[in-house]
Design a protein around this ligand. Structure first.
Ligand code: ATP
Ligand code: MG
Length: 689
């Protein structure tokens, strides 16, 4: 006999259940009013949404006709898995039977791309349009900027990346250029007219070549539905539209939803205004606050008050943080998960100690049975993780990073380390190739000639001196040659690294728009390098090319491998871990010194801290290094700040924490994960020598 259908919704609380059942028994599917679930972190909004998907399908809705919009592809996958599990049981399927799939789940952008491929011919777009990623779009913007001669004529014309941000903000916020400039880029206001010309050229060029950038995916989708017939067709096609993290949608996305479901019937959105953290991408928290009144009849609003994620002490501390926010939709949250462990506020001397403390604690918890995967380290900005990444690499602790490139894999860090590598081993062709290519006028052929000369040479310095560079590269070659000669001569640690960075700086400026930030990164490497005894140790302990190099979602190591999660707070949205470590909770970083301007920005930084803290289920450590390195201010000289604890953690918040000062810290020997006893890959390679 087939297994009996279980009531998989039995564990929902009454409010969650009423959201799941909304509209199902009243007027059938068509006449129902829209639904808004607005509630605090960890109250089961995402779970409720997944349950509603399962319930709709159980009651006969066609999975093809459900549109599920989430904030990342990862979140969409997770939601589909959750709903699938429930459906499996709710439908009483056998173990071998798969639950129905949800073909239309994903991000706004992903779904937009698929719809546009399908509807392209009907709106005069080539179905084989090319999608530009962010870097492509920047390049295209850069080309137009050059073609119009803007880079030269106007003094300090914004960089191509900034131009794209301005453009993007206007599109996503559905706002006029002058407004965007006034509010967010006031220093660009003088070139308002030039920017307008640039954007026109950019748009024309995209259309000429049939290119779409990310914003176009939303823009064309919205445009598509400005045609009443097409809007009705799509609205009919998707019987139910469900959106998670609605507080971080922008106006264009809200427009899309409104055109899709003008009466709001069949529309379900869930979110938490206290977790709105994407206004820099033109997200509009008013979308969620004003949602109910947009429709007639108005949306049904369900509030959830029970938090199932965090222990009482963690919840209290997070509530204390958000209670100090200026404006918010008042919410109460309670939990029955008592615990005697309070969150920790850990003061450490500097970022190096911070990295050690976190690595120690992560391993300690792992010893106690908490897998690395159940722990996460969160930070405000990707580069703040750099010292920790180096520490983890040194100790052989595997990790993946979300929301930014791994530090050791970023171009500029690799460039500099390659110079050192090459000096350490002048036979190294890979490093040699990479380094020589940095010189302007040095093509692949010359690079090959150089490394061919260096590799077999008994005296590499001699080979360097004898080498004849291509004419165009004569000057830049001399500088590199002298640098290498001195590095090959004898190792002086860490001065070697300093001289490499000094040599590299002008190239950095030539190659990258954001040279100052990258230079600051490199200075951080120099600083960290001082902790390594010698050049050789530095190079061997920081594997340049980790085998499972994985800085994006696609590159996650194998399923049952264990690894620590490193993530920006922005990318940690909606997720939860048993243990959470929050780095650099100091002023200048949280709030970021880039945001200390407007009150609204400060408030967003406060919400960011709230999001970070509410990711923790059982253990939470908030780190406060007393000395802190400020990347963004590197241009202005003083780089080490004597940091003070974040302004979001005043006395009345801190009393919810256990304080751990430098005095209480144990100076235990640093544990490491065992390195493999032998490098099998190396042996296999040897077999071919
Ligand atoms: P966030 O605002 O961070 O996105 P959320 O409101 O979406 O949080 P969920 O992620 O859905 O919250 O749920 C948080 C945790 O609580 C999850 O582990 C979930 O399984 C659990 N949970 C939610 N509702 C219940 C319930 N009724 N019974 C048991 N566990 C629940
Ligand atoms: Mg959620």
């Amino acid at each position: 006999a087939p297994p009996r259908a279980a009531d998989v919704f039995a564990d929902l609380n009454p409010e969650q259940r009423s959201a799941v059942e909304h509209g199902l028994d009243e007027h059938g599917v068509r006449g129902q009013s829209p639904l808004l679930v607005i509630a605090g972190a960890g109250s089961g909004k995402t779970k409720t949404l997944a349950a509603r998907v399962a319930r709709l399908i159980q009651s006969g809705a066609d999975p093809q006709r459900l549109l599920l919009l989430t904030f990342s592809r990862r979140a969409a996958g997770e939601m589909e898995r959750r709903a699938g599990r429930m459906l499996h049981r709710a439908l009483g399927l056998r173990a071998t039977q798969a639950p129905p799939r949800l073909p239309w789940s994903g991000t706004f952008h992903g779904v937009g791309a698929r719809l546009l491929r399908e509807y392209a011919p009907r709106i005069g777009l080539a179905p084989n349009f090319t999608l530009l990623d962010r870097a492509d779009a920047e390049d295209l913007m850069g080309l137009q900027r050059q073609a119009l001669g803007l880079a030269e004529t106007a003094e300090r014309f914004p960089l191509k990346a900034t131009c794209l941000s301005i453009y993007s903000r206007a599109i996503n916020g559905e706002s006029r250029l002058d407004q965007v400039l006034q509010e967010h880029f006031p220093w660009c206001f003088p070139v308002h007219d030039e920017l307008k010309r640039l954007f026109k050229a950019y748009v024309e060029e995209k259309q000429r070549q049939q290119l779409l950038d990310y914003d176009d995916l939303l823009l064309y989708w919205a445009e598509l539905m400005s045609d009443d017939r097409l809007a009705a067709e799509l609205g009919d096609r998707f019987q139910h539209v469900l959106v998670d993290e609605y507080q971080d949608t922008n106006r264009l996305q809200a427009t899309i939803l409104r055109r899709l479901k003008p009466s709001g019937g069949g529309l379900t959105v869930v979110g938490d205004d206290a977790q709105a953290i994407y206004s820099f991408r033109a997200a509009e928290v008013r979308n969620i606050l004003e949602f109910p009144a947009q429709f007639d009849p108005p949306a049904r609003v369900v509030a959830l008050e029970r938090n199932y994620r965090s222990t009482q002490p963690i919840l209290e501390a997070s509530n204390a943080v958000i209670a100090m926010a200026r404006e918010r939709h008042e919410k109460r949250l309670w939990t029955d998960r008592a615990s005697s462990e309070r969150p920790q506020l850990v003061t450490v001397e500097d970022e190096a100690r911070q990295a050690q403390w976190v690595a120690d604690k992560v391993l300690e918890r792992r010893e106690q049975g908490l897998r690395l995967k159940r722990q996460a380290v969160l930070f405000r900005t990707s580069s703040h993780a750099a010292p920790l990444e180096l520490e983890l690499t040194r100790r052989n602790i595997p990790f993946v990073k979300f929301g930014g490139l791994k530090f050791l894999e970023s171009t500029h860090v690799k460039d500099v380390l390659s110079v050192l590598r090459w000096a350490e081993n002048p036979r190294g062709r890979l490093a040699g190739f990479r380094v020589s290519q940095l010189l302007p006028g040095f093509g692949p052929a010359s690079a090959r000639r150089l490394i061919d000369a260096m590799a077999p040479a008994a005296d590499p310095v001699q080979a360097l001196r004898a080498f004849e560079p291509p004419r165009a590269a004569a000057a830049s070659w001399t500088a590199l040659r002298d640098l290498l000669a001195s590095l090959i001569g004898d190792a002086q640690w860490p001065m070697d690294l300093e001289s490499v960075v000094e040599w590299y700086a002008p190239h950095l400026e030539r190659l990258h728009d954001d040279a100052p930030v990258r230079l600051a990164d490199l200075e951080q490497v120099v600083r960290i390098a001082q902790g390594f005894g010698s050049r050789e140790r530095f190079l061997t302990e920081l594997t340049l090319d980790p085998p499972e190099a994985s800085s994006d979602e696609s590159g996650i190591p194998l399923k049952d491998e264990d690894y620590l999660i490193l993530s920006t707070i922005h990318s940690a949205k909606g997720q939860e871990w048993n243990a959470v470590y929050l780095l650099n909770c100091v002023d200048g970083c949280m709030p970021s010194d880039l945001s200390t301007g407007a009150q609204a920005q400060i408030e967003e930084e406060r919400r960011l801290l709230y999001v970070a803290m509410t990711r923790a289920k059982e253990h939470l450590a908030v780190m406060v290094p007393q000395r802190f390195y400020v990347t963004q201010q590197a241009r202005h000289g003083d780089r080490h700040l004597h940091a003070s604890v974040s302004r979001f953690l005043p006395g009345k918040v801190v009393r919810h924490f256990d304080k751990l000062g430098p005095a209480n810290q144990t100076q235990a020997a640093l544990p490491e994960l065992a390195r493999p006893a032998m490098d099998v890959a190396a042996r296999l390679r040897k077999a071919w020598d």
